[in-house]
Design a protein around this ligand. Sequence first.
Ligand code: ZN
Length: 137
Amino acid sequence: MSKVKKINHVAIVVRDIEESLKFWETAMGLKLDHIEEVPSQASKVAFIPVGDSEIELVQPTTADSGMAAYLEKRGEGMHHLCVEVEDIEAKIQELREAGVRLINETPQVLPGRKMAFIHPKSTSGVLVELYEITAAG
Ligand code: ZN
């Protein structure tokens, strides 16, 4: 069975990153690594390392994106959990054979990583993202 390495990140959808950082930085004592504009997802993302994993605060930057619609409908909260695997194609194949419902049947290839989402119907209600890191750093 293809190996699951660790939790890579937990993504939280927020209305205002600065406001949310008051909790994660000021109250919790974590340190913001950087904030990145992600135009393809109409959002900006704050990356906060926690041990070997990260918390990502995702703030929609337009009113008409999928992320904005999610925020409007369900309010702030956990959006997805990302599990890093050794071989994403092998893991997707195993999941398919196990009857797991996938959102992405083939991984999306991005700089430094491949990713795919698993449907919450198969995961006790949590949107799960699979990551395979393809380049160091
Ligand atoms: Zn993610």
